[in-house]
Ligand binder design. Sequence first.
Ligand code: PAF
Length: 282
Amino acid sequence: MAEPLIYDGEFVARLTENAGLAPFSGGIFVPTMGGLHEGHLELVRAAKSLGRPVVVSVFVNPDQFNDQDDFEGYPRRFDVDAGLAESAGADVVWCPAQQDIYPVEVEVPTPELPSVATRPGLEDAHRPGHFAGVARVVQRLFDLVQPEVAVFGEKDWQQLQLVQAIVDRDGGPRIHAVPTSREPDGLARSSRNERLSDVSRPKARAVYLALQAAAAANHPSTAEKMMQETLESHGLEVEYAVVRSSTGLRPVDDFSRPSRALVAAWLDGVRLIDNLSMPVWT
Ligand code: PAF
């Protein structure tokens, strides 16, 4: 892993004081953009269960938003987030300023994107520039925190594959993936769910229904058709509803290898994404 480009003094002082570490290498890291909900807290609890000090970062990364309204509407309540993270077991909650992450005097590079972040035609196609922003901030955060393990949720499946591919190529922390946290009706927990109106919220369960229908299909093309129909019949506008290989996110002809159904759909001006592992047929 690259040397830290800059090591913010206050940050190191707080890490040392709170976590008893200097520097914070060997800890468990949970990067977030805040707006913490139960899903994030499950990540923090999973991190804590690994038995090492846990640092949670809260940074709304402007670089990864391809939609200005989405960036401006993103929840920012750092005090609440810090309290929640601490209650779930965080030893350090780090809310860096823009200058800590992207100091004007330092060129913060963007890692070369692996093919899983440029070719599948999923988030890469629908959110241009998003993964360059994610890769850049994640690498920067890893450089500053120097964790032994970094925890990511499976909900952002393509992001998870991107981060895994970068550390496989360039080195970095071990990536610990945590299954998607869901509401009782199956809706994947997301900071954006709170933008759904009372009328549209019940329709949002169609995303999980679609994924479950896909898991019951006997062929990927049938699974894709069923997902499309389920989403449309509940009034969602589909961006993609596909079955792909689990790690490379390539098209698949059958269910003989690990695969994943992945969905992105709009409801009431809110973009919902989710994914589910498909059964392997032997
Ligand atoms: O998954 C997220 O919340 C963000 O993409 C991450 C990894 C914190 C980078 O800003």
